[in-house]
Design a protein around this ligand. Structure first.
Ligand code: ZN
Length: 281
């Protein structure tokens, strides 16, 4: 199943750019709030599996919001692909990767315009994103997929000067300028994918490919991350987990490269879909 946030309302995606309003289709049993549904995710899944659903109506990708527009927690993971750890000049992590947050005010839908911070070095990081569907506290890695509502695509846009300045890094701030956390286009349940542990992801700038990898290359897989993080803090329904970016970011290039006025960044995760960000000075 694929769900989405269409103009602020929860929908089930029924085909190529056709969708069904959940509140209407369920005669009010489930509300329109795309974030609130994660509190009742297993009940919602069971209803959607049994319901006779009509075909839905056409929509435009420009009207999509984030499938998780207002999570209580956003956890983001660094250095989770070997080649990216190497290009960043770090050893690869062994017991736990670095974890930081992106503040929720930076969340947008999949198609957006992003204002470049003045004088900044704005960089790209395509990532697979997991959304939690059931409270996860101290869960085993073998069970961790059961706590995940679904997967989506994300960009962990990062302004490197803010991120790296000062006596200690400022990951949370450098990655939370307005529009720096686009997600979408859909939330795809793991059973919909051939192999939810091995998805191609990548991004391009103005048509030039800059990142391409597979999620089987993750040092800590999605279930490993959920298990290890859940042994420190409970992950709550609707929480968002950015799982780390592969090699090819601007920071790791010689010479370094940053996004500039007019650049179009297109990011994708196989089986999920595409994000499109246009940058403005
Ligand atoms: Zn990242």
């Amino acid at each position: 199943m694929r769900t989405a946030n269409l103009s602020g309302r929860l929908v089930i995606v029924t085909g190529d750019e056709t969708a069904l309003d959940v509140e209407q289709a369920s005669a009010g049993r489930f509300g329109p709030d795309p974030q609130g549904v994660y509190e009742r995710w297993s009940e919602f899944r069971a209803w959607a599996a049994d319901a006779e659903l009509p075909a839905g109506r056409a929509f435009s990708a420009a009207d999509l919001g984030s499938p998780a527009p207002a999570p209580r927690q956003i956890l983001a993971v660094g250095l989770n692909y070997r080649a990216h750890a190497a290009e960043s000049g770090f050893e690869e992590p062994d017991t736990l990767p670095p974890v930081f947050t992106k503040y929720a005010s930076s969340i947008t839908g999949p198609v957006s315009e992003v204002r470049l911070p003045e004088g900044g070095h704005t960089d790209w990081e395509v990532e697979l994103v997991a959304v939690i569907g059931e409270r996860a506290h101290r869960v085993d890695e073998d069970d961790a997929w059961l706590y995940i509502a679904g997967l989506t695509a994300g960009q962990d846009i990062s302004e490197r000067i803010t991120q790296l300045q000062g006596p200690a890094p400022q990951f949370g701030l450098g990655k939370s300028y307005p529009g720096f956390t686009p997600m979408g286009p859909y939330l795809v349940t793991p059973d919909t994918l051939d192999d939810s542990d091995d998805l191609e992801l990548g991004c391009s700038i103005n048509g030039e490919e800059v990142q391409k990898a597979r999620t089987r290359e993750l040092i800590f897989s999605v279930p490993a991350l959920v298990s290890r993080l859940s042994h420190i803090l409970p992950l709550l329904p609707g929480d968002v987990l950015f799982t780390g970016t592969p090699a090819g970011v601007g920071l790791g290039r010689t010479p370094q490269r940053w996004l500039t006025d007019g650049d179009v960044l297109v990011s994708y995760v196989e089986g999920i879909g595409e994000l499109r960000q246009t940058f403005q000075a």
